[in-house]
Design a protein around this ligand. Sequence first.
Ligand SMILES: NC(=O)c1ccc[n+]([C@@H]2O[C@H](COP(=O)([O-])OP(=O)(O)OC[C@H]3O[C@@H](n4cnc5c(N)ncnc54)[C@H](OP(=O)(O)O)[C@@H]3O)[C@@H](O)[C@H]2O)c1
Length: 229
Amino acid sequence: MTGNILVTGATSGLGLALVHVLKSAGYTPILSGRNAAKTMALAKAAQVPGVVLDVADIAQIPKSCAQIEQDFGPIYGLVNNAGIWLEGEFGHYSAAEIQAVINTNTSGTIHMTHALLPGMVERGEGAIINVVSTGALYCRKMISIYAASKWAIRGFTGCLEVEYAPKGVRVMGFYPGKISSDMYKTAGIERKLDMAMTPEQGARMLLQMLADKTMLWSHVSGRSIRDYQ
Ligand SMILES: NC(=O)c1ccc[n+]([C@@H]2O[C@H](COP(=O)([O-])OP(=O)(O)OC[C@H]3O[C@@H](n4cnc5c(N)ncnc54)[C@H](OP(=O)(O)O)[C@@H]3O)[C@@H](O)[C@H]2O)c1
């Protein structure tokens, strides 16, 4: 396998696991993250290129993506993985919390795609995987904004799938259940995760979606069987 795969939010959890899985499979993963020191240290440790990229800083995205392609060559695959969690009663969220989730999970994904998809179309091949969530497959209380941010991406992904498949670009959605990452802890939420899918398990699914160029994996979901026990 060859090709540059840009992974956003790759400084922990699913994104970091994906970088390692891709490298083992022979790809060139580009590890990107918003924290410069963490990003460059992890990239060095994994022996892959590292780039500082804050997906919530939408104005910078076109310039950053152009620079990445200039430095490393065309991007075959983009994995829009960066995301943040927000949980609680809707009326208690601050405006800043709401904006941060929408900027990161929704606008970040849309603008990263907007920056890199035209090059893929020009080359007649490419893959974009949006890491969505089972939270975009059903509704439940206390996750209104996180769900809104991901439901938007479910619609976005589905529309781009049919728009760009005829041009050779596979736009796909991954809808995992609980993953044993730090996402909830970072958001100040305690969650029991010993039964959850591991980041490595999720990453192996993403590898399969990227690797089989004959398939457009539309709505790939999954959760650990232990999640039901
Ligand atoms: N964990 C779950 O149960 C679960 C379930 C379904 C879907 N997901 C989705 O899976 C994806 C990966 O999450 P995870 O579970 O691996 O959580 P995680 O370990 O918290 O990883 C999230 C990553 O996103 C990065 N990030 C946050 N805001 C960013 C920004 N503005 N620009 C660039 N990077 C940013 C974080 O960087 P910092 O280290 O700088 O914060 C971190 O590296 C997310 O899209 C999440 O919504 C997670």
